[in-house]
Ligand binder design. Structure first.
Ligand code: ZN
Length: 142
């Protein structure tokens, strides 16, 4: 199995068995993203700590292509328990990974989010991959 095949396997696994699927009880913020060009939708709900600086819980609900659902699933796994600042930094890095002319420097802990790096070669799929992340940024009030 080469690296591309491995990445594809992980993406399909997350698309078929999404992690943190649903709505956070007593969410402090909910935001929805729509990608009409592909028919994807992702709703992200978060529960922030009392001081609003930590993501105590995060879930997503949605429907659409494998890239959109796997990206949101990977995001929730990665961001649960992270600080708000770290989550926003990851969102910026993810966005740069998709759209910047050159690949960004990956922050510590960014890890397997990089398996979506190859999507940047397919501009029409970039909106699929960033859908959940855009909703997250909204949910965090940015
Ligand atoms: Zn899509």
């Amino acid at each position: 199995m080469n690296l591309d095949e491995l990445y594809q396997t992980v993406i399909l696994d997350h698309a078929q068995r999404p992690r943190n699927f649903g709505v956070v009880p007593q969410a402090t913020a909910v935001a929805e993203g729509l990608n009409p060009s592909c028919g994807d939708e992702v709703t992200v709900s978060v529960k922030l700590s009392a001081d609003r600086q930590t993501i105590d819980d995060i879930k997503f609900k949605g429907a659409g292509c494998a890239i959109s659902q796997a990206s949101a699933s990977l995001m929730t796994v990665k961001l649960k328990g992270k600080s708000r600042a770290e989550a926003l930094a990851f969102e910026q890095t993810f966005h740069d990974m998709m759209t910047a002319a050159t690949l960004p420097a990956y922050p510590p802990g960014f890890g397997d989010l990089r398996i979506l790096e190859g999507v940047r070669k397919f501009p029409q799929r970039v909106k699929c991959a960033t859908l959940g992340w855009n909703a997250l940024r909204q949910a965090l009030g940015e």
